[in-house]
Design a protein. Structure first.
Length: 94
């Protein structure tokens, strides 16, 4: 499932503003968790090396139709759905 598909699913059950709030909060939480640490050391020259802060890109893993149906069925308020979606996506993408 793509991010766009997740937004469409959430829009079917919540207002567009609420969905934006949910995704903004998820993005803010993810940004706070990232640390400014090098992901690797890179050799620039024969006698010079330094930190490389650019992490390799990974493919986004979204929710399956089964995941979506289960989450929507189990969570009836936006806060519990937000937390469940956040936890599930974090689990799939870390």
């Amino acid at each position: 499932m793509t991010k766009d598909e997740a937004v469409i699913l959430l829009c079917e059950h919540f207002s567009e503003g609420m969905v934006r709030t949910i995704f903004d909060a998820i993005a803010k939480d993810e940004a706070l968790e990232k640390k400014d640490e090098p992901v690797a050391w890179e050799q620039f020259h024969e006698h010079m090396a330094g930190p490389n802060y650019v992490a390799p890109q990974r493919t986004w893993v979204g929710l399956t139709d089964e995941d979506k149906q289960k989450l929507v069925a189990e969570h009836h308020d936006w806060e519990s759905l937000y937390l469940a979606v956040q936890a599930k996506l974090k689990d799939k993408n870390t």
